[in-house]
Design a binder for this molecule. Structure first.
Ligand SMILES: Nc1ncnc2c1ncn2[C@@H]1O[C@H](COP(=O)(O)OP(=O)(O)OP(=O)(O)O)[C@@H](O)[C@H]1O
Length: 241
């Protein structure tokens, strides 16, 4: 996946906000990228533009070599369903379906058959085997989050987008989730893009992109906690006069 000169402006005239400003970046296959930056720096907006959930004011996004900003609504919906996985903080599970039905729903909607051995592998690696018949309301926050991860992985999407995926989880569950994402990236070749405020979560990624005021400012390859903290500190000092 790649984006070129991507910009998003909200509003116009004096009140215009350049939420994302001329961002170009490449996200390789099997690469796990974390996006960090101060509050309001444009992280979520960038994620939404990359995922085709929002349309840019300028620039373009290519997934699998296709310019998604040039697609019609129908094609974009198909692409999102078939090639993109989402893990958001509000897990978007359907309350009336069981965990298993929730996991299988995207495949069902696209008329594809589930790969049972693959489903079993994902479910057991996420520790959900004995929870499949539960409805979301009968699961803990961490379990619901893992159901959302299983649902995202099962379709074998080209790219998985995660917005603060560990935000609502306790430490151990959060770490398990990040390990699961990193393993999926390695073994299934998925591209992962994750917005996070947590410097420890960022160290699970292959690289961290730092945003400030809508711009991409730094890139750290193979992030360690101290290099991430140093970059965060220097950005927040720039932003807070
Ligand atoms: N729908 C919108 N209309 C107007 N302004 C918006 C809209 N969405 C976001 N913004 C503005 O764009 C800027 C970037 O917002 P964004 O949510 O992308 O930041 P963020 O880095 O994800 O922040 P946080 O870490 O607080 O979640 C902010 O100034 C925000 O107020």
């Amino acid at each position: 996946m790649e984006c070129f000169n991507l910009s998003k402006v909200y509003g116009n005239g004096e009140t215009a906000v350049h939420a994302v400003n001329a961002v170009s970046a490449r996200f390789e296959r099997a690469q796990f990228t974390a996006i960090m930056g101060p509050s309001g720096s444009g992280k979520t907006t960038l994620l939404h533009l990359l995922a085709g959930l929002d349309t840019p004011t300028r620039g373009k996004v290519e997934i699998d070599g296709r310019d998604i900003t040039a697609l019609g609504d129908r094609e974009l919906t198909d692409l999102r369903r078939d090639r993109i996985g989402f893990i958001f903080q509000a897990f978007n599970l359907l309350p009336t379906l069981t965990a298993e039905q929730n996991i299988l729903l995207p495949l069902k909607l696209s008329g594809r058959r589930p790969d049972r051995p693959f489903l079993d592998q994902i479910v057991s690696s996420l520790g959900l085997s004995d929870r499949l018949s539960h409805r979301p309301g009968e699961l803990s926050g961490g379990q619901q989050q893992r159901v959302a991860v299983a649902r995202a992985l099962l379709t074998r999407p080209a790219v998985i987008f995660a917005d603060e995926p560990t935000g609502a989880l306790d430490l151990a569950t959060g770490r398990a989730l990040l390990t699961g994402l990193r393993d999926a990236c390695r073994t299934l070749g998925q591209t992962i893009v994750m917005v996070t405020h947590d410097p420890v979560a960022a160290t699970y990624a292959d690289r961290v992109l730092f945003m400030a005021d809508g711009h991409l400012r730094y890139e750290i390859i193979k992030p360690a906690q101290d290099s991430v903290l140093t970059a965060m500190k220097s950005l927040s000092e720039e932003v807070t006069p």
